[in-house]
Write a new protein. Sequence first.
Length: 107
Amino acid sequence: MGNRGPGGYDPVQIFNSTSFNASGTVEYASIFCSDDNYSVQRDETWRASSRGVCLVTKISATVKTPSGNIEAEPYTSSGTSFSQFAIIQVGVNRFQVTRVVSAPRRK
């Protein structure tokens, strides 16, 4: 087990790699975990204030483009402890919330 301190899992972070502002909701697996609504500017990262031992089941995003608000394809899971996600553009007026996989840090 990794040492994550008293808070449980790392707080969710969502990087907005698109050219537009976005907002959405992080949904957690347990009724004891309240969902997080977020908004994130382009090229910025939103970070949840806390998380505890809540598993993420869905992250939705609405991207505010000049063509109007576009629903991104959400990230869905049966319940993940993963904490890093990104909103990416995958086509013309097509967006997706995806997991960011980073290499393990070695000391």
